[in-house]
Write a protein that binds this ligand. Structure first.
Ligand code: ADP
Length: 487
C-alpha cells in the first residue's frame, strides 16, 4: 500500500476508537467522582446543621424559660440581668430579647451590650416568627463560616411575653466543612488525572491490537495468503485473530487450488495445440508430400482439435459446477438413465472386447437433474470400459438399501494403485498419463463426477476390487412419492 493510500485509510484521532474509549472512561469516572464529591459534603453539612440546630434551640429554650418567671411582663432590667447571668454559658455571638411587640429589651453582641438597638423594634424575620408562637432555626454556610440563627417565644402559661433570638457565627465548623470540600476536590482532580492517563494507556493497548488485526487484513488483501496474526490474551480479539487465520488458511488453499488448476489447464491445452502446430508445419515444409501422408496428418490434426474440444467442454462443465447456480431438480429414475448410458457405450465396449453386465433394481428414484445423473453414470462406465482389458467385464449394479440408492460400477481392468486412490478425483489427475491420453482421457471426468454428486447431496468412493480391477460406488438419498427425499 502506498503512503497516500495508507494516510487516507488512517482514522482521524477524534474519530478513533482510542479517543472514544478514553472519553467514555473519563466521563464515567468523572460522574462517579462528582457524585462522591457532593454526597459527603451534603451529608457533613446536614450533620453540622442538625447538631447546631439542637444546640442552639436548646440554648434558646433554656434562656426563654429563665426569662418567663411569672405573669408580670418582661422589662429591660430583668431581661438584661438574666441574659448577663447566662451569657457566659451560652457561648453565642449575639443574643436579642424583645417584648411581645418586638421592641428590643436587650441585645448582646460578642459579650457586650449594644446600645444602638435598645428601645427599637427588632426587624428580624426570626423574631417576628417567634412572636407568632413558632420556634425558628436557620443555618447557612457562607464565606467559610457556619451562620446559625434560632428564635423561640418567651411564654408563661401560654401567654407570649416576648422572644429570644440567638445568632452564632461558627468559623471552626465552617473551616471543617471547607477542609472536607477542599480535600475531596483535590482527591477528585487527582483521580480524574490518573483516570485520564490510564484511559489513554488502556485504550492504546486495545486499539494497538485492533490495528495489528487491520494490518494483517491489509497484508492478506494484497495477496500474501501465508500471513498469520499472532494475538495472545484468550479474549474476543484473540478469537477474532484465530478466526481470521482460519479464513486466511482456507483462502490460501483455494488460491493454491485455483493456481494449480489454471496451470494444469493451460498445460493440457498447450499439448494438443503444439501437436497441431507441428503437424501443420510438417505439411507446409514438405515439398512434395503425397496425398495419403497429408491426409494422415490432417486426421491427426482433427483428432487433436477434438481433444481440445473435449477438454474445453469438461472445463466448462467444472466451471458451471463451481459457480453457485440454481438447479431445478426433479425425481429421476436411475435405472432408465443407466440403460441410456449402456446403449451409448455398447459400441465402445464391443470395440474394446469388454462385456457390459447390468443388474438394475426397479424403483430407484432420486432427486436430481437427468443430465447430471447421465454425466455421472457415463463417466464411471466409460472409465470402466476404457481402463479395462480385452475379455474383461464391467458390472453395473443399482439397488435400494433403506433410504439410499446405491450405484456400483465394477470392472476387471487395470486397477488403481492404493496410493493413487485418494487423488483420482483431483482435477487433471491421471494414474497412467499415456494410457489416459491414448484412450482420449482428459483427467477431468472423475472431478466432474465428484462435484456433481456432491451438488446433489450424494457421495462417491473408489476402492480396489479383489482380485483385480476397481469398484466405484455412488450413494444418493432415495426419493419417495409419499415422503419426498429421505435423508
Ligand atoms: P480420464 O479422462 O483420464 O479418464 P478421469 O478423471 O475420468 O480422467 O480419471 C482419472 C484417472 O483415474 C484416469 O486417468 C485413470 O488413470 C484412473 N481411472 C479412472 N477410472 C478408472 C478405472 N475404472 N480403472 C482404472 N483406472 C481408472
Amino acid at each position: 500500500m502506498d503512503k497516500r493510500e495508507e494516510q487516507a485509510r488512517r482514522v482521524p484521532v477524534w474519530r478513533s476508537l482510542q479517543t472514544k474509549y478514553a472519553i467514555t472512561y473519563l466521563v464515567i469516572v468523572a460522574a462517579v467522582v462528582g457524585l462522591l464529591n457532593t454526597y459527603p459534603v451534603m451529608v457533613s453539612q446536614t450533620l453540622a446543621y442538625q447538631s447546631k440546630q439542637t444546640a442552639l434551640q436548646n440554648q434558646a429554650s433554656v434562656l426563654a424559660s429563665a426569662l418567663a418567671t411569672g405573669p408580670e411582663a418582661l422589662t429591660q432590667e430583668s431581661a438584661t440581668r438574666t441574659v448577663s447571668l447566662l451569657l457566659g454559658s451560652l457561648g453565642v455571638t449575639r443574643v436579642v430579647v424583645t417584648d411581645p411587640s418586638g421592641l428590643v429589651l436587650c441585645d448582646f453582641q460578642e459579650g457586650s451590650q449594644r446600645s444602638d438597638t435598645a428601645g427599637q423594634y427588632a426587624m428580624i424575620w426570626e423574631i417576628v416568627t417567634a412572636l407568632r408562637g413558632n420556634d425558628v432555626f436557620r443555618s447557612e454556610y457562607k464565606s467559610g463560616a457556619l451562620l446559625s440563627r434560632a428564635a423561640v417565644p418567651v411564654t408563661y402559661r401560654s401567654m407570649t411575653q416576648g422572644a429570644v433570638y440567638l445568632y452564632e457565627y461558627d468559623a471552626q465548623q465552617g473551616a471543617l466543612l471547607q477542609g472536607i470540600q477542599t480535600n475531596l476536590r483535590t482527591i477528585s482532580v487527582v483521580i480524574c488525572l490518573v483516570t485520564a492517563a490510564m484511559g489513554v494507556v488502556f485504550s492504546k493497548a486495545l486499539t494497538r491490537r485492533i490495528a495489528q488485526l487491520l494490518r494483517g487484513i491489509h497484508t492478506v488483501r494484497q495477496g500474501e495468503y501465508s500471513h498469520r496474526v499472532t494475538m495472545r490474551g484468550g479474549d474476543e480479539l484473540s478469537r477474532l485473530a484465530d478466526e481470521f487465520n482460519e479464513l486466511t488458511g482456507r483462502l490460501q488453499t483455494t488460491e493454491e487450488v485455483r493456481r494449480r488448476f489454471v496451470s494444469d489447464a493451460s498445460h493440457e491445452l498447450k499439448t494438443p495445440l503444439a501437436s497441431i502446430r507441428l503437424l501443420t508445419d510438417s505439411i507446409l515444409q514438405a515439398d512434395n508430400m503425397d496425398g495419403d501422408t497429408a491426409r494422415e496428418f490432417l486426421i491427426d490434426i482433427g483428432d487433436e482439435a477434438e481433444r481440445l474440444t473435449r477438454i474445453t467442454e469438461k472445463l466448462l462443465t467444472l466451471t458451471r459446477l463451481d459457480t453457485a447456480r440454481e438447479i431445478h431438480t426433479a425425481p429421476v429414475d436411475v435405472k432408465t438413465v443407466v440403460e441410456r448410458v449402456e446403449h451409448m457405450l455398447t459400441p465402445l465396449a464391443r470395440a474394446a472386447e469388454v462385456k457390459l453386465e447390468l443388474s438394475l433394481q426397479r424403483g430407484c428414484v432420486i432427486r436430481a437433474t437427468e443430465d447430471d445423473l447421465y454425466q455421472v453414470a457415463f463417466n464411471l462406465m466409460e472409465n470402466a470400459v476404457k481402463y479395462n482389458l480385452p475379455g474383461g467385464t464391467v458390472t453395473v449394479t443399482l439397488e435400494r438399501q433403506g433410504d439410499q440408492v446405491i450405484l456400483q460400477v465394477e470392472d476387471t481392468g487395470v486397477g488403481i494403485p492404493e496410493a493413487d486412490l485418494p487423488k483420482i478425483f483431483d482435477r487433471f489427475y491421471r494414474v497412467d498419463k499415456a494410457r489416459s491420453r491414448a484412450a482420449g482421457g482428459t483427467g477431468l471426468g472423475l472431478s466432474i463426477v465428484r462435484d456433481t454428486v456432491l451438488q446433489h447431496g450424494g457421495t462417491v468412493t473408489a476402492r480396489r476390487r479383489e482380485p483385480e480391477g476397481t469398484c466405484f460406488e455412488v450413494r444418493f438419498s432415495a426419493w419417495t412419492e409419499e415422503g419426498g427425499e429421505k435423508q
